[in-house]
Design a protein around this ligand. Sequence first.
Ligand code: WTA
Length: 656
Amino acid sequence: MTEQSPALDNLLNESRTFPPSDEFAARANATADLYAEADADREAFWAKQAERLHWETKWTQVLDWSDAPFAKWFAGGKLNVAYNCVDRHVDDGHGDQVAIHWVGEPGDTRDLTYADLKREVSKAANALASLGLVAGDRVAIQLQMVPEAIVAMLACARLGLTHSVVFGGFSPTALRSRVDDAQARVVITSDGQFRRGKAAPMKANVDEALEGAESVEKVIVVRRTETEVPWTEGRDLWWHELVDSQSEEHTPEAFDAEHPLYILYTSGTTGKPKGILHTSGGYLTQAAYTHHTVFDHKPGEDVYWCTADIGWVTGHTYIVYGPLANRVTQVVYEGTPNTPHEGRHWEIIQQYKVSIYYTAPTLIRTFMKWGKEIPEKYDLSSLRVLGSVGEPINPEAWIWYRENIGAGKAPIVDTWWQTETGSIMISPLPGVTAAKPGSAQRALPGISAKVVDDQATEVGRGGGGYLVLDQPWPSMLRGIWGDNDRYRETYWSRFADQGFYFAGDGAKYDDDGDIWLLGRVDDVMNVSGHRISTTEVESALVSHPTVAEAAVVGATDPTTGQGIVAFVILRGNVAQDEAKGEEAITALRNHVAKEIGPIAKPRQIMVVPELPKTRSGKIMRRLLRDVAENRQVGDVTTLADSSVMDLISSGLNSGK
Ligand code: WTA
């Protein structure tokens, strides 16, 4: 069913396995019997996992699925998420344990203990409350990786405010649509951020985004780069002026297990980003459980580092909520991996003796490109578990990661999940699973996933199809903000009769029944682990005055997984003038960056005279992908005009 690239064929021929060492298995958090325990009574299993948390009021029902697909987990229970991530560790006598080793890009550092974190979060909560914010209000956060980003999220959680973190690289337009959709009352940002040694403005972009934004009453600005910023009197407040003077005491209130914790926007198959809604008790339960079992995390012993940005779900679940609930000591790094040199990550691992490292395949492939000589210069012997997330990891990168970063012995956990699933769903368990390079392998204990065909019938071993989740799980999304119909339609309509959640990914079972993820089957691209929809980029392109029509595909890219390739038909007057055409392409790439953000900039834009369409007018992206990946163009019989592909190919070959 899914169209396979040569890289995927390679992946599926992989047959090596790497069983855990006896030494690792003997101390592992996960044990093989968890699978059977969860299968015997799934709800009892999750109730046991929920005991990891402090509940102010215990739940009366583990799962209420009576209003499916809207789940209620731990119904009737009450808890405070921030109390669970911060205060209780102080109450348990761990106030002096470092929670965050923060490393700034320019080399400045800051350590925050749990006692420090409690103080900062309490002050920030008092500050937000002083602005009149009450539980249920929304707060947008656009901040780079500074401690205040985490403090701000936890302060919201403490007050029952719903945060919406917007990735720092998103454009003013993208920020604005998210602020409007969530009707955020407050926006938290910084003056600027350090990127590759330079200070880039943040506040100025936020100001541009918020022009005329009616819901926003206050903008709180963290001082970081000391860049001069535009200022709106009466609306703008400095974080340090507002927060520093607040009381360090704040009593957390317990909220319902289903209280909205955050909204996080992600690309769907249409242009409008979806506000994925996550709630409190079930989310935190699965975040903590997976962080404990999948990373084998041992509080007080391990030093953990997840390299994601808090603007993505990985940062939410595996920097903020799961790890802090488990009393982690973690590294948080502000900058890029090659500033000021390509060994920056290894230098940090050596310095802080990082033992668990969680990153993305695109970065691993970049490290491969830079050469193994770079990590070889550092002492990485503290590393004992390695993780991967965001896209399928090719076996070459997996082996390189294990050999060069994990000293040929650290288990690698290839974790499959989504913004929508909230936490890891499919992954090997370190100490239990004999790992296979390139396969996420098996649903975690408590989770059920299947590969099915068009008719929703599970495929057999060796068969491929669609990945579905056939049982509800605690950290599942509770909906799309303000759009219940879109929620049902997007995730639950494809296999409505069976009640399966359709993930949008293609997958395959190998002969052992292990799952191999094969990438998206919808119009969502995966560029460096970031989800971008083809429609979103197409709308950005056609919003430019020179473009008549546009079609976008994700083409296989050796480093970023996929690269964005756009085919555009320019408007008559521009198309006739070749020099103008060149200029137009540069302008178009910049236009997309401005509309969505630099991550959505097409790798390549090809000007074409026509686009291949079916008789019903649907663009055949499959054929364009063939062109973008330099392959022989496939079957054209369903095209309305079968000569179109010749026209496209000949135009490109002659360099036009
Ligand atoms: C892809 C990121 C293969 C997949 C946590 C999914 C993966 C999308 C893996 C979600 C993996 C994520 N192997 N593919 N280990 N992890 N994906 O919402 O296509 O940014 O649907 O969440 O990334 O991306 P999202």
